[in-house]
Design a protein around this ligand. Structure first.
Ligand code: ASP
Length: 329
C-alpha cells in the first residue's frame, strides 16, 4: 500500500529564480517537496511521487485535470490507499471541483498547496503536504469525494473557496465550514457530505472545444461584453448581484442569449444561494428565470462554469442541465 503524490507546481514548489530573473518560479520536484517534510517518512505509507507539471496554477487546463483524474484512478486501481495533488492555490478550487465531479473512488483524492513559498519564513507547504498525506491515508476520509487540505482544515471540494490573496487561512467553505480537521496525527471528520453520482467520463477533445463564458454583473453594467456571445460560446454563467439580480437593461439581452445557449444564474456574493421566486422586478431572479435562465442554486460562479462546461461537452440537453444544476446547486 502507498500514497501517490502528483506534483503540478504552484507556490509550494517554487524556488529562487536565480539568474532567470526576479522572484520565485516552480522548480522543485516532488522529491524536493517530500524531503522537506519532517514526519512524512513515519506515516506508515510510502509515497509514490510523480512529477507531472511545474507551472503556476494559472496555466493549468481542464485537460490537465482530466489527465490527472485518469492517472489518479490508475494509481488507486494499482493499490494506492489515497492520492495527494500539489498545485498552485489560485485555481485549486476549480480543479478540485472538476476532479470531484468525476472521481468515482472511495479512496481520498486530496488537493493541497501553499501560500508562502519555500524561501519564506514560515513556509506552509511542508505542513500542508504532511496533513494532506495523513488525510489521503485516513480510513475516515474514504468516500468523501475530493478533498482540499490546507492549514490543517479538511474541506469538501464542492464547497471550498480561496478567499484571501495571501493568508495561510485562505481556504474556507463559506456555507458549511470545514468537514474535518487534522489534529496532531489524527484526521477528525466532522461531517460526511452525501456522495453524488460522478458525471459520465468526458471526451477531452470535445471538452477542449467547448467554451463557457462568465459574466459578472456590476453597477451600471450596460452588457456591452455580452453582444455576439452566442456565436462564440456554448454556454454562459452570470454572476449576479445578491440573490441573482442584474441591471434591468441586461435582462432582455440575457433572455435573448438564453434562447440560444444555456445561461446559468449564480451569485457574485461569495456565499449563499440565488433565490427562485422572491423578487419580481425586471432583472430579478424570477424575471431572469422567466426569460429562460437556469438557476445555479448554491453553486458559486466558478463552480457553475466548471459544471456547465462538462455537461455541454458531454452533449447533455437543457432539461438534463437544469436537473444536474438542481442536484449540485
Ligand atoms: N500563483 C500561485 C499559483 O497558483 C499561487 C499559489 O500557488 O499559491 O501557482
Amino acid at each position: 500500500m502507498s500514497i501517490t503524490l502528483f506534483a503540478l507546481g504552484g507556490t509550494i514548489a517554487m524556488g529562487d529564480a536565480g539568474q532567470d530573473g526576479p522572484g520565485v518560479l516552480p522548480r522543485l520536484t516532488g522529491a524536493d517537496l517530500t524531503a522537506a517534510v519532517p514526519g512524512l517518512a513515519d506515516l506508515g505509507e510510502p509515497l509514490d511521487v510523480r512529477d507531472v507539471l511545474a507551472v503556476p496554477s494559472a496555466n493549468l487546463t481542464y485537460r490537465h485535470v482530466l489527465d490527472l483524474v485518469d492517472a489518479a484512478s490508475r494509481a488507486v486501481a494499482a493499490g494506492a490507499v489515497g492520492v495527494v495533488v500539489t498545485q498552485g492555490t489560485d485555481t485549486l478550487e476549480e480543479s478540485a471541483f472538476l476532479a470531484d465531479l468525476l472521481w468515482p473512488h472511495a479512496a481520498p483524492l486530496v488537493f493541497t498547496g501553499a501560500m508562502r513559498n519555500p524561501t519564506l519564513a514560515g513556509a506552509d507547504g511542508p505542513a500542508n503536504l504532511l496533513a494532506a498525506a495523513r488525510v489521503a491515508a485516513a480510513p475516515a476520509a474514504r468516500d468523501l469525494g475530493v478533498l482540499v487540505t490546507l492549514n490543517d482544515d479538511v474541506h469538501a471540494a464542492r464547497w471550498v473557496r480561496k478567499t484571501h490573496s495571501t493568508s495561510t487561512a485562505t481556504f474556507v467553505s463559506p456555507d458549511v465550514g470545514p468537514i474535518g480537521l487534522v489534529v496532531e496525527e489524527e484526521v477528525r471528520v466532522l461531517a460526511r457530505p452525501e456522495r453524488r453520482e460522478p458525471l459520465p467520463p468526458v471526451d477531452p477533445t470535445r471538452l477542449g472545444a467547448t467554451r463557457v463564458a462568465l459574466h459578472t454583473a456590476t453597477l451600471d453594467d450596460d452588457g456591452g461584453l455580452l453582444g455576439g456571445l452566442a456565436g462564440t460560446h456554448h454556454g454562459l454563467v452570470v454572476a449576479g448581484f445578491g440573490v441573482g439580480h442584474v441591471p434591468g437593461a441586461l435582462a432582455p439581452m440575457l433572455g435573448a442569449l438564453a434562447a440560444q445557449i444555456p445561461v446559468v444564474l449564480t451569485s457574485r456574493s461569495g456565499a449563499g444561494s440565488v433565490l427562485r421566486h422572491t423578487y419580481g422586478a425586471v432583472g430579478s431572479e424570477s424575471d431572469l428565470q422567466r426569460r429562460g435562465l437556469l438557476n445555479g442554486g448554491m453553486l458559486d460562479p466558478y463552480k457553475a462554469k466548471v459544471l456547465l462546461r462538462l455537461l455541454l461537452a458531454a452533449g447533455v440537453d437543457r432539461p438534463a442541465i437544469a436537473a444536474t444544476l438542481a442536484r449540485h446547486g
